[in-house]
Design a protein. Structure first.
Length: 166
């Protein structure tokens, strides 16, 4: 036994055996009876994570709601130019996050809106163009729909509109 101890100590294997194993990263989502519950942590890109979940789990379409802390970029739709005027914010509390998941050109098509407030309690909101998780987390409840829904560009408005079929 003494020889084994000396062998392990001299080769550095003893420390490796005693060192804690790397922590398994926490799951980002779990299945629920009606869809999924997603919990994202600091640095996570919320839109990318939602797109990856939609693709991986083959979500046909869904509605979602959420809240948390983050660095949102909101956009206001300019009907004249058919573009969003962006405004970025840092260290905000997402008081509301709501939207839908559909498909366009074979890829997930998210349509998200939100309201966020800063430490001065002033609220800002609009179409969510980007959201990185800040301090704490962002929690999202995703409710699945059984029908695959798509978005099509409306020729009159230029907006990507959810297309319903009967």
């Amino acid at each position: 036994m003494h020889t084994l101890f000396l062998l392990l100590a001299s080769t550095g294997l003893f420390g490796a055996l005693l060192a804690p194993s790397p922590a398994t990263p926490p799951a980002k989502y779990v299945r629920t009876p009606t869809g999924y519950l997603m919990v994202l942590r600091p640095g996570d890109n919320v839109l990318r994570e939602l797109e990856e979940l939609t693709t991986k789990e083959k979500i046909p379409s869904a509605s979602l709601t959420g809240l948390g802390f983050g660095h949102p970029t909101f956009g206001f739709w300019n009907a004249q130019t058919k573009t969003y005027a962006p405004q970025a914010f840092r260290d905000m509390e997402m008081a509301s996050l709501t939207g839908s998941i559909a498909w366009k050109d074979g890829k997930p098509a998210l349509h998200l809106h939100g309201v966020a407030a800063g430490k001065d309690f002033a609220a800002h909101g609009g179409h969510l163009l980007a959201l990185e998780v800040g301090t704490g987390s962002v929690e999202i409840t995703i409710t699945l729909h059984d029908q695959r829904l798509t978005r099509e560009t409306d020729p009159q408005t230029g907006a990507n509109v959810l297309t319903l079929t009967r």
